[in-house]
Write a protein that binds this ligand. Structure first.
Ligand code: MLT
Length: 265
């Protein structure tokens, strides 16, 4: 693990392997260890960079609201620090929200896009209110409540029953998240812009992956992205919910690896 200083915030990241660069951005309320299986599978062939987004894992945060814009700027600064001019950039869920913002601002630095269990729309007014309540709840009483509420949506019922180690991995990751960092990201997600209009402008190879049973960013959202992003590939992962990269890591990695081979040909 290494750090990069971005103004008043120290950002943690892993940088493993060598070859064409791949940046992977985790979802909420996780950290870079979300991508452990992808790092293991891909770092023999690619240089895989996994940051802790500000406020998560071992990264600091400095404001009450961590906007997607600020997180996208952090990624550009991290790439500067690592002397990476362009890369394939991927994100899961909130990580995907950051990827859209990054593409909007820094399209020339993107060789390919990976959109996993994510969506381009902004929050509805109702969803924004829920985020506000959750961020207050987290600040008042920590991550336990939100962890218990989210866990059944992150994994299929079968995984929850039969793979306790996967449940534990996610639970531990969520409970370790700093309440202030999670709360700032919730406010940032509530403030994010709608990127639907950006989709037809995406002109780099794009891989869309989604768990068939994902209730948070459902299959229909991925189908819409696939319709609107010319030439994109949609992979629907069976027996997977929202955290498809962990729940079905083998198929996720196979698809990601063959996509990256095509991007970097
Ligand atoms: C995530 O996994 O990043 C979150 O569920 C996204 C969200 O709450 O919109």
């Amino acid at each position: 693990m290494a750090y990069v200083q971005i103004d008043d915030v120290r950002l943690a990241y892993d940088d493993v392997g060598s070859g064409p660069e791949l940046l992977l951005l985790h979802g909420y309320p996780f950290n870079r260890s979300l991508w452990a299986e992808q790092v293991k599978a891909l770092s023999g062939t690619f240089r895989v960079i996994t940051p802790d987004l500000r406020g998560f894992g071992e990264s600091e945060f400095s404001e009450d609201v961590s906007t997607m814009n600020r997180m996208a700027q952090d990624i550009a600064r991290l790439m500067d620090a690592l002397e990476i001019s362009n890369a394939t950039v991927g994100g899961l869920s909130m990580g995907g929200y950051v990827v859209f913002t990054f593409y909007k601002q820094f399209a020339s630095r993107v060789r390919g896009l990976v959109l996993a269990d994510t969506r381009p729309q902004a929050d509805t007014e109702e969803a924004k209110q829920v985020r506000t309540q959750q961020s207050e709840q987290i600040l008042a009483s920590g991550m336990a409540g939100v962890t218990d509420a989210m866990l059944p949506k992150l994994l299929t019922p079968e995984t929850v029953t039969k793979r306790p180690e996967v449940v534990k991995q996610l639970r531990d990751m969520m409970l370790k998240t700093k309440p202030g960092g999670a709360s700032a990201a919730l406010r940032g997600m509530a403030a994010r812009e709608d990127h639907t209009a950006l989709l037809p402008q995406i002109s780099v190879p794009t891989l869309i992956l989604v768990g068939r049973e994902d209730p948070i960013t459902p299959l229909q959202d991925s189908e819409k992205m696939h319709d609107k992003i010319a030439g994109s590939r949609l992979v629907v992962i069976e027996n997977a919910s929202h955290v498809s990269n962990i729940e079905q890591s083998a198929i996720f990695n196979t698809e990601l690896s063959s996509f990256l081979d095509g991007v970097n040909d």
